[in-house]
Design a protein around this ligand. Structure first.
Ligand code: OGA
Ligand code: FE2
Length: 435
């Protein structure tokens, strides 16, 4: 009898331990590809909805109201990524692109913590030495093989290690020419020459290349925001209602979404891998969608819906470098010296999952965050697997649009989204049960 009780206690303990492990945050369960259960109690209702991806290639039919039914295909499990062909009509794609052109597009700024912020004043034609306590200030920082000269290859390595730049030999020669580094005209800088060479000029040249050059920037595209809301065109209202059907989120959350961001990439256009949500870099500030625009905040985007508005370009794939990784150690991928998987100009095709929409109007949808099932099912931890970006466009122009659906953490779940204000005073605010 005693033995039976012991066994029972042991089994119960195992079960509890198993549950706890499955529900621990990602950083502790890096080996697990988990679905919604068993932390999710199917008898309870949760604030945020989420499709079970089931398996890669799984096809379900979704009902998009008066727009009809569409196929939704699972493309990845972690994060769950779905493809929905024909989510927008060609006319809708045209409308969005035209609207963006009418409004005017402006140069985009990279988000998602790719590199430290741009200095307010860019170094302009500076010359001189770098202080010895700064990387690059000492000869040894450059001379990797200790042969007492810095050659072109070592300059390329320095540019990569310190400035995350992938430069060719010709790029370095161009730099030597432009900055008129006479010591390096023979393609070497000796230890003696280093003392008087314009190392500060070289370092700030690299800094500027990373921040300003179309090929080397973290993001090279132009964008504008096309509005939803009271004054919006009917097309936008129709799309918003369709997004509600697609995501199954409450109208309160969907109508509180951000405006539609329309993005145009010219040749060389790209957006290195990033997170759409900023919750990992700014933990102690409120979510942007819940505060006034001038307040310090972080972007809390639960879902991204990305629309492909055209298809007549080359390159420009959307890449998810670590989707479905069995193990994911975000800290080790941040070490970009070894293998810079963030740089999608170099590593686009090394990504675990790549999308290239065959036909305009296709949408993809994914979850940037887990759900906090312990606390009513509000926004959970950022899912590190959702790292993604746009590879370089090699020919033509690429047009996409983003709908971001922010969600609150449980402790702020009673704070409404500021974006709901756009429907205020509106007799035509989209109703929950309309489609
Ligand atoms: C973005 C983005 C990917 C792409 O705009 O945030 O990730 O394929 N874009 O353009
Ligand atoms: Fe993105």
């Amino acid at each position: 009898m005693d033995c039976v009780i012991k066994r029972l206690v042991f089994l119960v303990l195992c079960f509890v331990l198993f549950q706890v492990r499955r529900c621990l945050p990602d950083s502790l369960t890096v080996n697990a590809i988990h679905d919604d259960g068993p932390c999710m109690d199917h008898t309870k209702s949760y604030a945020l909805e989420r499709y079970n991806p089931v398996k890669i290639g799984y096809v379900r039919t979704i009902d998009l109201g008066s727009f009809g039914q569409r196929r939704m295909i699972t493309r990845a499990l972690k994060p769950p990524i779905f493809e929905i062909p024909d989510f927008l009509t060609e006319d809708e794609c045209d409308f969005i692109m035209k609207q963006a052109v009418k409004q005017g597009l402006k140069s985009s700024i990279a988000k998602g913590g790719l590199s430290p912020k741009l200095m307010p004043i860019l170094p302009e034609n500076v010359t001189g030495k770098l202080p010895p306590n700064e990387i690059g200030g000492r000869f040894e920082d450059w001379d990797q093989n200790n042969d007492d000269v810095i050659d072109i290859l070592e300059m390329m390595k320095f540019a990569k290690n310190k400035h995350l730049l992938f430069l060719s030999k010709d790029d370095i020669l161009e730099m030597i020419e432009k900055l008129n580094i006479s010591a390096a005209k023979d393609e070497h800088i000796t230890k003696m020459e280093f003392e008087d060479a314009n190392i500060l000029g070289i370092d700030s040249y690299f800094y500027k290349l990373h921040r300003l050059h179309p090929k080397h920037k973290d993001r090279y595209s132009e964008q504008t925001w096309v509005k939803f809301g009271r004054t919006a065109n009917k097309t936008m209202t129709r799309i918003l209602k369709r997004v509600m059907k697609l995501t199954n989120l409450s109208s309160y959350l969907v109508y509180g979404c951000e405006e539609m961001q329309v993005v145009r990439y010219q040749p060389f256009g790209h957006y290195h891998a990033h997170f759409d949500s900023e919750t990992h870099t700014r933990q102690n500030v409120p979510c942007c969608h819940q505060v006034h625009p001038d307040q310090r905040c972080k972007i809390c985007r639960y879902i991204t819906v990305l629309y492909y508005l055209n298809d007549n370009y080359k390159g420009g794939e959307t890449a998810f470098p670590v989707a479905d990784n069995i193990t994911l150690d975000l800290e080790s991928i941040q070490n970009r010296e070894e293998r810079d998987i963030f740089n999608l100009n170099e590593f686009c095709h090394a990504a675990n999952f790549i999308v290239k929409a065959k036909k305009r109007g296709t949408a993809i949808m994914w979850y940037n965050h887990d759900i906090d099932y312990w606390n009513g099912g509000w926004l959970g931890d950022l899912d590190g697997h959702s790292l993604h970006g746009g590879c370089m466009v090699t020919e033509g122009e690429k047009w996409i649009a983003n709908s971001w659906l922010p969600a609150p953490y449980y402790y702020n779940s009673d704070l409404r989204s500021m974006f709901l204000n756009r429907f205020e005073g509106s007799a035509t605010a989209p109703m929950e049960n309309e489609d």
